[in-house]
Design a protein around this ligand. Structure first.
Ligand SMILES: N[C@@H](CCC(=O)N[C@@H](CS)C(=O)NCC(=O)O)C(=O)O
Length: 266
């Protein structure tokens, strides 16, 4: 079993009203350590063992099940880039050291020698720049197209559609924050259908979002839907979207970075 010092569930804390957030943090900080399965009940997630490498970039991250961390780790896995993973305790004020490298206090942050980078999509691009590869083809139009989908993912697909559903239906359950706020679920569902139609139509005649092979665009957009099942995202009407999601999540790099169930974790 892998232990964390305390519970760093990303969106949970960002999205909570202050008094609730303070109460939750106070409760959690009474414990020195909690198991991941304990945190994740009733949706048990545990972390894969963290591998240490000698030649590394450091990815400082809050919680590997978070889609923002997951998509960065999937890119690194796909490209065979070792990442030394460090946990940032999101339940406590960020340390001065962490704020010095990431003044937003959010995660993930990449530290590559004397170069520090935050924002997950920028980190994906930076990692993919290390070698020639099909995730980030060396072509101006292909890159602009990938950036278009990554921008859409951040601004609309993630923020307006997938994240509210994930928070209301999954994260709140995990940390015992009461039932979903149905008004937020309704708004998120409406946004989901609006954006899913765009994605589904785009995927009707192609297997991947840009070009003929998987790119950073697919990993970024799929990451927002990482918990589609648990968050009951309404994907049934979108056959092309569903087929594409199955293709992307079957990639070894995606599977290898998937948070494991407790039974599978040592
Ligand atoms: N746009 C940012 C979002 C980063 C983000 O929200 N990270 C989460 C965890 S992965 C976090 O640090 N949440 C804690 C907080 O907002 O205080 C990115 O893509 O990197």
């Amino acid at each position: 079993m892998v232990y964390l010092r305390a519970e760093p569930l990303d969106r949970t804390f960002a999205a909570l009203a202050d008094p609730t957030r303070r109460a939750l943090l106070a409760r959690l900080s009474e414990q020195d350590s909690v198991t991941v399965s304990e945190l994740a009940r009733p949706f048990p997630i545990s972390l894969p063992a963290v591998t240490k490498h000698l030649d590394v970039s450091q990815l400082k991250c809050g919680f590997p099940p978070s889609p923002n961390t997951w998509k960065v780790r999937a890119v690194a896995a796909q490209l065979g880039i070792p990442l030394d993973l460090e946990f940032v305790d999101l339940t406590k004020p960020r340390s001065a050291d962490y704020l010095a490298i990431n003044p937003t206090g959010r995660t993930p942050t990449l530290v590559d020698s004397d170069f520090v980078l935050w924002e997950s999509n920028a980190i994906m691009q930076y990692l993919a720049n290390r070698s020639a590869n099909t995730l980030w083809p060396n072509d101006a139009r292909a890159r602009a197209d990938i950036m278009r989908w990554q921008s859409w993912q951040l601004a609309h697909w993630g923020k307006e559609a997938c994240e509210p559903l994930t928070f209301q239906r999954l994260v709140k359950k995990i940390v015992n924050l009461g039932p979903p706020d149905e008004a937020i679920v309704a708004k998120g569902t409406e946004a989901f259908h609006r954006e899913a139609r765009v994605l589904d139509t785009h995927l009707a005649k192609r297997s991947y979002l840009v070009g003929d092979a998987v790119t950073l665009a697919d990993l970024a957009v799929a990451a927002s839907m990482a918990y589609a099942k648990e968050a009951e995202m309404p994907i049934t009407p979108y056959a092309h979207l569903r087929d594409w999601f199955t293709r992307v999540t079957a990639l070894p790099a995606w599977r290898d970075t998937t948070p494991q169930r407790p039974s599978a974790a040592a």
